[in-house]
Design a protein around this ligand. Structure first.
Ligand SMILES: NC(=O)c1ccc[n+]([C@@H]2O[C@H](COP(=O)([O-])OP(=O)(O)OC[C@H]3O[C@@H](n4cnc5c(N)ncnc54)[C@H](O)[C@@H]3O)[C@@H](O)[C@H]2O)c1
Length: 396
């Protein structure tokens, strides 16, 4: 680990995802992580590090800077966010947009693009997206499209954004037929995660992200499942900024380990989709009424049942899914009453992993390892077995 300083106002330590790295950071301590994405934006991360943001943006030498967020986040954090801008002579234009799952559409995207162009954005400008995954997905896609690509800085403000959605370079909006159907891969010039912004996020959103963290344990790291089993004995609302920082860094590093092996998520990286085929279907049918993480928790339990039915994992591993997501995290694991098995099957066929003659699923071989028959982490399962599992699950 080296301490690097690029100017008098910017100081950070470089750390990697290798085992044994300390996950404890002092307030104000900024680390730089290698994301292993293609392209691989550096990820500046820490707690109470926003005083260094202006310097990092200044290094990019933009002609104009645009900060895109929503009104609530602007009210909460606008002053803190812009504190380091004047000393770096940055004049920032603020734009607010709506950022719900219903408004993550072409209409909002077009509105943002036209607003930025109307506000004289140029090829030398820099756009900051400050918000949750919905908002940063829209802002990232707008940045990719304006003049075929202008510089973008992503500042996630949810635990999901800090630990998961920002680590993908995926920018998208929803379509009439499914989530995230229209988008591109487009990397920000850097990612900036300050856990102070996470303290105002409601517990429900945090749980969503923790679900993805536990998923990283199921698919690649048994010790992470153990960590969450112990850590979640403390009520999430009692977590300090230090707790959230440590937990975030653990999830981030677990994802980066996977990305390091497969930055494009086409081979090993596919395992990150564990529980997602079922989860996406429920999330889409309920139009976002259940969040991504809640849907994926249900999806992982269904995938565990499927894996058990196919003879891959034991009943004990399935029950551990119910224990950690249901009892410890307190999530409702049922398929929502207004979601039918037929609808789920229909939506799953148009999921981005669809294949002819059956749907493909990521399944566990054991805790910490996914099945990989014939070098494919997606296991093709006959439609009648999927239907039978869903019918039984719906009745539970
Ligand atoms: N790009 C990817 O690979 C990827 C991966 C996972 C999820 N996603 C996308 O991310 C979206 C979900 O993102 P999310 O979980 O961040 O939720 P979100 O963006 O939907 O935000 C949820 C709510 O929390 C509010 N909020 C955000 N930050 C807050 C804060 N600090 N304090 C208080 N409230 C705050 C938002 O305004 C919003 O009302 C989905 O659209 C999903 O498709 C993308």
């Amino acid at each position: 680990m080296t301490t690097l300083t690029t100017s008098s106002s910017i100081s950070f330590r470089e750390i990697s995802s290798e085992p044994g790295v300390s996950h404890l950071l002092a307030a104000g301590e900024m680390v730089r992580l290698k994301t292993h994405l293609i392209p691989d934006p550096p990820y500046y991360f820490g707690n109470r590090i926003t005083g260094q943001l202006g310097g990092l943006i200044k290094e990019q030498n933009p002609d104009r800077v645009y900060l895109v967020t929503n009104q609530m986040l602007l009210d909460l954090y606008g002053a803190e966010l812009q504190k380091s801008f004047p000393e770096n002579n940055l004049n920032v234009t603020v734009i607010t947009i709506e950022d719900t799952e219903e408004t993550k559409t072409f209409k909002t995207l077009e509105h943002l693009c036209e607003t930025l162009v109307g506000q004289n954005v140029s090829k030398a400008s820099l756009v900051i997206g400050f918000g949750g995954g919905c908002l940063t997905n829209i802002v990232g896609l707008a940045s990719a499209m304006i003049f075929r690509g202008i510089r973008y800085v992503e500042i996630p403000t949810t635990l999901m954004g800090v630990t998961d959605s920002s680590l993908s370079n995926k920018q998208a909006v929803n379509g009439r037929h499914g989530k995230n159907q229209f988008g591109v891969y487009y990397g920000p010039v850097f990612l900036f995660g300050d856990t102070q912004f996470l303290m105002s996020e409601p517990v429900g959103g945090k749980k969503s992200a923790i679900v993805e963290g536990i998923k990283n344990g199921w698919i690649s790291d048994p010790s992470l499942v153990d960590y969450f089993e112990a850590k979640l004995q403390t009520d999430l609302k009692d977590y300090t900024e230090q707790d959230i920082t440590e937990l975030s860094l653990k999830i981030i590093l677990s994802k980066l380990e996977i990305l390091k092996a497969d930055p494009t998520e086409k081979k090993l990286g596919m395992i990150l989709e564990y529980g997602h085929t079922f989860g996406h279907a429920m999330e889409f049918i309920t139009k976002g009424a259940i969040t991504h993480g809640m849907a994926v928790a249900k999806g992982m339990c269904i995938a565990a049942e499927l894996g058990n039915r196919l003879g891959y994992i034991s009943r004990e591993v399935v029950d551990r899914h119910y224990r950690i997501f249901g009892e410890t995290l307190g999530l409702d694991l049922n398929i929502p009453a207004n979601v039918s098995v037929e609808e789920m099957l229909h939506v799953m066929v148009s999921d981005n992993k669809k294949t002819l003659g059956g749907t493909k699923f990521v399944l566990l071989e054991r805790v910490g390892k996914c099945l990989n028959p014939d070098g494919d982490y997606q296991v093709k399962v006959p439609a009648e077995i999927v239907k039978a599992i869903l019918d039984e699950y719906k009745q539970r």
